[in-house]
Ligand binder design. Structure first.
Ligand SMILES: Nc1ncnc2c1ncn2[C@@H]1O[C@H](COP(=O)(O)OP(=O)(O)O)[C@@H](O)[C@H]1O
Ligand SMILES: Cc1cn([C@H]2C[C@H](O)[C@@H](COP(=O)(O)OP(=O)(O)O)O2)c(=O)[nH]c1=O
Length: 209
């Protein structure tokens, strides 16, 4: 049984990751592939419990260090219980956010270096990386308008941070894509969901022949 493919979707809040993760999973299933659709933080029983700790409560509920450790712990459980077993069984895994979200969100602010977050990932998840990372990009004004329509003004503990934070996150994703052009594919997230889905499928075309 050949190992399955591991695809992550990344980008800021409201760019359409969750919408496109569902659409991509359905598109791949229509091609006869066995697909597991999952998300972070979450994707396993333990990680979903940690998700509740991370996304609710006061803005200062966690320090940057404790928050980064909780994300890494959630990811370790998700990788061990959901992602690795699926890949080993030949399934394709589509993950709505993964390690690069920790590098972007927990890495801004200067408390933790990128190397620190990668070190946590080495310990927690033996350094597992996606085979391909699809980075959805949209001007910040448009993604925040989409997110606030969806959330009706009730953003979660991290999504509710100020515009400067989200701008720094978007810039971090761009730096990661520059540094790893073989893994990252930049996707224009503007236009209809159908348009964006077509771009995602085009970014996987070499695997779909
Ligand atoms: N291409 C699109 N055009 C307009 N609205 C969209 C598009 N894709 C998603 N949306 C809507 O924008 C909001 C945010 O999308 P979502 O998939 O939840 O983004 P993310 O997971 O990146 O935060 C949702 O209300 C969704 O229905
Ligand atoms: C996976 C992950 C998410 N996050 C943040 C990003 C989001 O603000 C929040 C929840 O993610 P998510 O539910 O995907 O939010 P959205 O659909 O709005 O993009 O958690 C981190 O800060 N670090 C991480 O490692």
């Amino acid at each position: 049984m050949p190992r399955g493919r591991f695809i992550s979707l990344e980008g800021g809040e409201g760019v359409g990751k969750s919408t496109q993760a569902r659409r991509l999973a359905a598109a791949l299933q229509r091609r006869g592939l066995d697909v597991v659709l999952t998300r972070e933080p979450g994707g396993s029983e333990g990680a979903e419990a940690i998700r509740g700790l991370l996304l609710s409560g006061a803005a200062d509920r966690w320090t940057i260090r404790s928050e980064a450790l909780l994300f890494a712990a959630a990811r370790a459980d998700h990788v061990a219980r959901t992602i690795r077993p699926a890949l080993e069984a030949g399934q394709w895994v589509i993950c709505d956010r993964f390690l690069d979200s920790s590098r972007a969100y927990q890495g801004v602010g200067g408390v933790l270096a990128d190397a620190d977050i990668l070190a946590l990932h080495d310990v927690g998840s033996e350094g597992l990386l996606p085979d391909r990372t699809l980075l959805l990009r949209l001007p910040l004004g448009e993604s925040s308008a989409r997110a606030s329509l969806r959330d009706e003004g009730e953003a979660d503990r991290i999504g509710g941070r100020e515009t400067m934070f989200h701008r720094a996150v978007a810039e971090a994703f761009e730096r990661f894509a520059d540094a790893e052009p073989a893994r990252f594919h930049r996707i224009d997230a503007d236009g209809t969901p159908e348009d964006v889905e077509a771009r995602l499928c085009a970014a996987l075309a070499d695997w779909l022949v």
